[in-house]
Write a protein that binds this ligand. Structure first.
Ligand code: NDP
Length: 256
């Protein structure tokens, strides 16, 4: 039997990049995966099709995050999808992955509107998604937030983005105490530079790739699979005793 057989997972931003890698990994482990996305129906459909072609189960949930009612929309569509597969509506694994990476260029260029938007997508949306998902979660559930190495490394121009990821680290630590009595764990996995369809256009430039790799202990860019394997570990039974942590999954970025 596969490790997550009979379990359910919701992955926000599951249609591309790291989120896609996480969806495919959890589905390969046997979970029924809800692939959340914002607007790209084709990309989400491709993830569901790839999972089904590999023998897994998945369905897509379209919902814009960062707008009023976003968490309610996701949860409503999640419950509809789970019931369509004959489930009870129980959610075992929530992966908060979707995020905006645009920091508006740093404090010199940021606008109040841009600042509010990145906090609405990266902090407010996962906060209320967790609030509304907790009643659906069985004992022993898993909440996994995708953070970023930028909370450890002060990159120019990434200030507001780094602040949103820092807020999620505080949420991770504080909420662990509240949900721990139910055996629910909550952790943040912090990737470093990861080659995805969003980042490939600049990470594939030889000078950029070489510069990034030179700052890595493991001298290469990360892949979505590198991150998905960490999520797989935390989501499974082997991760039951790990909570309130930020797991650095940067491959050793800028260790000095
Ligand atoms: P991508 O930009 O490739 O994918 C973003 C996903 O999130 C898509 O599924 C997209 O759906 C969805 N999404 C984005 N904004 C919204 C929104 N407002 N409402 C609903 N859905 C939305 O992400 P990455 O794979 O690059 O990053 C994934 C996570 O990893 C993020 O949390 C990021 O901060 C973190 N990270 C990434 C690094 C990297 O180098 N790639 C490094 C460190 C951390 P759609 O396309 O349909 O809009």
């Amino acid at each position: 039997m596969t490790a997550l057989a009979g379990r359910t997972a919701l992955v926000t931003g599951g249609s591309r990049g790291i989120g896609r890698g996480v969806c495919e990994r959890l589905a390969a482990d046997g979970a029924l995966v809800a692939v959340h996305y914002g607007s790209d129906d084709v990309a989400a459909g491709q993830v569901v099709a790839a999972i089904e072609a590999a023998g897994g189960q998945a369905f897509a949930i379209r919902a814009e995050l960062g707008v009023d009612g976003d968490a309610d929309t996701v949860i409503r569509r999640l419950e509809e999808g789970l019931r369509a597969y004959g489930g009870t509506g129980r959610l075992d694994i929530l992966v908060n992955n979707a995020a905006l990476a645009d920091s508006g260029g740093g404090i010199g260029n940021e606008t109040p509107e841009g600042f509010d938007r990145i906090f609405a997508v990266n902090v407010r949306a996962p906060y209320f998604l967790i609030q509304k998902a907790l009643p659906l979660m069985g004992d022993g559930g898993r909440i996994i937030n995708i953070g970023s190495g930028v909370t450890r490394i002060a990159l120019p121009g990434e200030l507001a983005y780094a602040m949103t990821k820092g807020a999620m680290e505080i949420l991770t630590r504080n909420l662990a105490n509240e949900v721990g009595s139910r055996g629910i764990t909550i952790n943040t996995v912090a990737p470093g530079p990861t080659r995805t369809d969003r980042t490939a256009h600049f990470m594939d430039l030889p000078e950029v790739g070489a510069m990034v790799a030179a700052g890595q202990a493991i001298e290469r860019l990360g892949t979505p699979q590198d991150i998905a394997d960490v999520v797989h570990f935390l989501a499974g039974d082997a991760g039951r005793w790990i909570t309130a942590n930020v797991i650095d999954a940067t491959g050793g970025s800028y260790l000095g």
